[in-house]
Ligand binder design. Structure first.
Ligand code: HEC
Length: 248
């Protein structure tokens, strides 16, 4: 927090837009430390920034496709960081709310939410135990997205193909991104678990899985708080069910 306050102060003093140019052309001004690898550098493109694995390159992360669903499923539950509760003042339901508080575009290391998801103390990490920590893959994606400027990219191609509906390669990763944060052993919302083949099959057999993702009447619309899954994704689930719900 102290670091965030210092960074903010620094930007205010320098005049935010002129800051980088000023540093380049006026040697009298103090320049950010570039050689001290223990020092988090506010310049996202600085290759010495230890929290910046790709030096500011755009690696094609899509906010609406890759990032938002992780927040919806793992952070925005009722009682946590939804619009009603806003625990600790943090709301994680859409782009504006996610980037609103203690968030430094271009610098994951100075961004509070990134610190929380990478925290190693069990009493500080988010999501809090017994909820599962985010996977390394999810943490890496969020870190890269912030370091690449936290762009609000939407309507990106999904890469989804209805001809692919293997459980391990297609269905499970989809559920992990969009659903498992609210439907695991420790948080089986509505009595539904979607974190293993048996329970996904049971939800499918009961008709509740498709009813929920298709927003059919009589079922709760899922993912709760998020956008409806694409037609392609729903079709993949449907084909997997029709083909016998194999654990393939
Ligand atoms: C933010 C949390 C959250 C996310 C994300 C979420 N769910 Fe749910 N889900 C719930 C809650 C809470 C309930 C129970 C709702 C109730 O009973 O009012 C529920 C209920 C359900 C049900 C039972 C519906 C019924 O009417 O019988 C199914 C099936 C389901 N979810 C599937 C999914 C799937 C599939 C996804 C991902 C595509 C998903 N959920 C994402 C919170 C979530």
């Amino acid at each position: 927090m102290v670091r965030n306050a210092l960074l903010t102060l620094c930007f205010v003093l320098m005049g935010s837009m002129l800051f980088l140019e000023a540093c380049k052309h006026q040697p009298n001004l103090p320049t950010p430390a570039t050689n001290d690898s223990t020092n988090v550098n506010p310049n996202p493109t600085n290759p010495n920034n230890p929290t910046n694995p790709n030096n500011g390159n755009d690696t094609g992360i899509c906010f609406s496709r890759d990032i938002l669903p992780i927040f919806i499923s793992n952070c925005a539950q009722a009682g946590c960081h939804d619009a009603t509760t806003k625990a600790e003042g943090f709301q994680f339901t859409d782009y504006n709310s996610i980037t609103a508080k203690d968030f430094v575009k271009g610098n994951a290391g100075a961004t509070e939410l990134y610190e929380k998801i990478t925290e190693d103390k069990p009493d500080k990490i988010m999501p809090p135990p017994p909820a599962s920590a985010l996977t390394n893959e999810q943490i890496t994606l969020i870190g890269r997205w912030i370091n690449e400027g936290a762009k609000n990219t939407t309507n990106c191609s999904s890469g989804c193909d209805t001809n692919n509906y293997l459980f391990a390669a297609n269905i499970q990763p989809m559920l992990k991104t969009y659903c498992v944060g609210c439907h695991s052993a420790v948080n089986a919302s509505g009595g539904i678990r979607l974190d293993n083949h048996n329970d996904v099959s049971a939800a499918a057999i009961s008709g509740r899985l498709l009813g929920a993702v298709k927003h059919q009447s009589g079922y709760k619309a899922m993912p709760q708080g998020g956008n409806k899954l694409s037609d392609c994704m729903i079709r993949q689930i449907e084909k997997w069910i029709d083909a016998g719900m194999l654990n393939n």
